[in-house]
Design a protein around this ligand. Structure first.
Ligand SMILES: CC(C)(COP(=O)(O)OP(=O)(O)OC[C@H]1O[C@@H](n2cnc3c(N)ncnc32)[C@H](O)[C@@H]1OP(=O)(O)O)[C@@H](O)C(=O)NCCC(=O)NCCS
Length: 158
């Protein structure tokens, strides 16, 4: 891989096409209908990774706030994906770190997600970042597959 220079920044509507391309290539579910809604509601929680050398969007993370799991607000990851050629280069980690910073700024210290039981790579990725497996949620997905619910306690100095 050639050199890269990754910047994490907020999504803007002209990123839609690039984000959707990565979404289609890497995830089973399309989140396209949510991009603009999430961007309008919480612009600091929908981030993209941009390679300043190729001027390409190479990853994104889509997060919202929920009270579903705790009395206090938590973040919940709807989607995170890195373009296949850019995976395993620390970009996913950068997205989670920047996102965590933005949550802490809102006084939110917990981040949840669901990951397909069979997505070993992603489970390994999340575990390496400090997420803990909480429980297996049976038939979480519309097609019947189960998902692990995972949680990260964000450190203030993250
Ligand atoms: C999962 C995904 C977001 C990870 O992003 P990434 O940029 O490839 O991961 P990073 O390079 O930042 O890796 C961060 C850590 O996770 C580990 N990791 C990443 N991919 C891994 C893999 N395939 N197997 C084992 N460990 C992995 C890395 O070793 C690294 O650990 P370290 O920093 O302690 O050395 C990315 O691979 C992806 O988009 N996958 C396809 C879509 C997907 O499954 N999304 C999640 C749906 S819930």
């Amino acid at each position: 891989m050639k050199q890269m220079n990754i910047r994490i920044r907020e999504y803007i509507p002209i990123d839609e096409k690039s984000v959707y391309k990565i979404n289609k290539e890497t995830l089973e579910v399309s989140f396209k209908s949510l991009y603009n809604i999430f961007h309008r509601n919480n612009p600091d929680l929908f981030l993209v990774a941009e390679d300043l050398i190729s001027n390409k969007i190479v990853g994104f993370i889509l997060v919202t706030i929920t009270k579903k799991f705790e009395p206090r607000d938590s973040g919940i990851i709807y989607a995170i994906a890195i373009s296949p050629n850019y995976q395993n280069k620390g970009i996913g980690r950068k997205l989670i770190e920047k996102l965590s910073e933005n949550l802490v700024r809102r006084n939110i210290f917990t981040l949840y997600l669901h990951v397909k039981e069979s997505n070993y790579k992603a489970i390994q990725f999340y575990s390496n970042l400090g997420f803990k497996k909480l429980e297996l949620v049976k038939k979480f997905y519309s097609w019947g597959e189960s998902a692990f619910r995972m949680k990260l306690n964000i450190q203030k100095n993250n």
